[in-house]
Design a protein around this ligand. Structure first.
Ligand SMILES: [Mn+2]
Length: 298
């Protein structure tokens, strides 16, 4: 058990890693690894998600080893370490996507990733597909993210899901938390055309138990856009939408997951827009809960 004991601790502790965990010493250290992807050049509104990994590490310092609600010690049972950040190429979305995919393919451990804007999820899913074949996606977000293009461009933080669907790398796709104004009625109807199960914020608030029964089982990737949470709880994000989940609700939803997590990301945290580290701390706790789900199923 990794106890933090002030008397037994070394005189100098590592302060800049996720959960104050050790840095990974080699490529395939640990059963699960924390990875930062500090890229935000595919953002359409507020920037700053490039500082998400640093913010989440900062917000993770108060995490303690035991999850009392899940009855697990996720860091210890999964031997988690911090890999550091992937070296992205500022200004070059598609080149960066190649780098992300290549780097993730080198790692056997289950990645818990801090973004970055949501465009990073496309190359992550490509890597997951190469490792596992077709996978399910649970997507917590206030936005559909399956627009065909923005400004005539195919690779943005609002189009990654359409690309992943076109590339045929996904089985079941379930979205949770959709809300806010959209461009047209087509957005709503596209979800059926694309075969995506989209649960709105009303579905989550009024009939969550039924929604949770419709989640897939089997190999599943989880992508959490922090804007699924209400800006009152998570103000530090790029495209906030009012009327969202509370921080308690998002954590309870994650605790209820009962499938095989093969990867997990928390994206769109923009520390420059944050207040009192609220959003960064929530992001760190969401990763802690995701690790706990994985540890619980071990
Ligand atoms: Mn979003």
């Amino acid at each position: 058990m990794r106890q933090i004991d002030a008397l037994k601790s070394p005189r100098f502790t590592q302060v800049s890693t996720f959960g104050r965990l050790p840095l990974c010493q080699k490529l395939n250290d640990g059963e699960a690894v924390f990875i930062g992807i500090p890229f935000n050049d595919a953002t359409s509104y507020r920037p700053g998600a490039r500082f998400g990994p640093a913010g989440i590490r900062q917000g993770s310092r108060l995490l303690r080893p035991y999850n009392q609600f899940m009855d697990v010690y996720p860091f210890d049972s999964l031997n988690v370490c911090d890999m550091g950040d992937i070296n992205i190429i500022p200004g070059y979305i598609e080149d960066t996507m190649k780098v992300i995919e290549e780097e993730l393919l080198k790692i056997d451990a289950i990645p818990f990733i801090a973004g970055g804007d949501h465009s990073i999820t496309l190359p992550i899913l490509r890597a997951m597909y190469k490792k596992h074949g077709k996978i399910n996606l649970i997507h917590l977000d206030s936005h559909y993210d399956f627009w065909d293009s923005y400004w005539g461009k195919k690779y943005t933080h609002g189009t990654w899901l359409r690309r992943a669907l076109e590339e045929g790398i996904l089985n079941e796709v379930v979205q949770m938390g959709i809300r806010g104004s959209v461009y047209s009625k087509d957005d709503v109807e596209d979800s059926k055309k694309l075969g995506v199960k989209s649960f709105t914020i009303r579905d989550l608030k009024y009939r969550l138990k039924e929604v949770l029964k419709e989640l897939p089982s089997g190999k599943t990737y989880v992508s959490v856009d922090i804007d699924v949470v209400d800006p009152a709880f998570a103000p530090g994000t790029g495209t906030p939408e009012v009327g969202g989940l509370t921080s308690f609700e998002v954590i309870e939803i994650i605790r209820s997951f009962n499938f095989n997590i093969i990867g997990f990301d928390v994206v769109e945290i923009s520390p420059p827009y944050d207040v009192s580290e609220l959003t960064s701390m929530l992001g760190a706790n969401i990763i802690f809960e995701g690790l706990s789900v994985l540890a619980k199923r071990r």
